[in-house]
Design a protein around this ligand. Sequence first.
Ligand SMILES: Cc1cc2nc3c(=O)[nH]c(=O)nc-3n(C[C@H](O)[C@H](O)[C@H](O)COP(=O)(O)O)c2cc1C
Length: 276
Amino acid sequence: MRLMHWQESWHRTSLKVQRTNMYNPFRIRRMIVMKRIVMSLLMAVMVIFLTACGGNAGQNGNSSSDTLDREQSSAPAEESASVQPETDDTPEPSEDAAVTGMDSTDAAGSQEVPDAEGSKVLVAYFSATGTTKGVAEIIAENMGADIYEIVPQKPYTDADLDWHDDSSRSTIEMNDRLCRPEINGAVEDMEQYDIVFVGYPIWWGEAPRIVSTFMESYSFDGKTLIPFCTSSSSGLGSSGKNLEKLTDGAQWMEGMRFGGGASETDVKAWIEGLDL
Ligand SMILES: Cc1cc2nc3c(=O)[nH]c(=O)nc-3n(C[C@H](O)[C@H](O)[C@H](O)COP(=O)(O)O)c2cc1C
């Protein structure tokens, strides 16, 4: 009996409590208010957390979008600066070309541009059909160098350049190691140059004989010489080494061969790799 009474009492109390919780409007409102406060606090904590992360990323510059933005905005500026510096110091073209046979388009290269650690640079080249000339001009422009074209006294005709013909001028010249075709014009003051790029097309795996004429026409003592060539498919091969044998006291660097489709980017990458 006593037990039954306790159980009944407990049941009634329980029902009363449930009813009180369910239908007490003050209690419900208090719960809603509490819930809102908790939600607001959670939101506030999240906002503070997110703001702190965003701020740090901006200060450190570590966010990927920030890095990308800076790369995209700086790259074109660097590119244009290296091709054509737009500073007040940019030298004006001079009437006083230090080198004979210089192209008018290369006049800017004739100025005293302190490139390659203040060295004076010359780009000398021979080009029968214009490919090597294109590479030479890119080098000269990017090095702030003077440019000199090795011009044959007697220009090469198409027939002269026919390598299928055993009796063409080029074939005859290349078959004779001692052949030295004459050059029209000369470098005015070779003495002033510290670095000389020497460019040519590959003919029969070698530099054309007129380049040998050029190498034997000057003293390159104490200068740095850098060969470069263009060809259909052959590499630089021994062409640079064979030219080296014609000079005394010069320091020859590893050369480079370019194909007909060499871009400015290719040539610039090579120049930068030289670490002059
Ligand atoms: C007479 C002659 C010989 C050549 N021999 C070679 C050769 O041995 N290997 C090669 O890859 N290209 C050879 N070529 C192709 C030239 O090297 C190539 O077209 C070069 O880029 C031309 O340069 P240029 O326009 O400055 O004269 C030869 C061209 C000529 C006219």
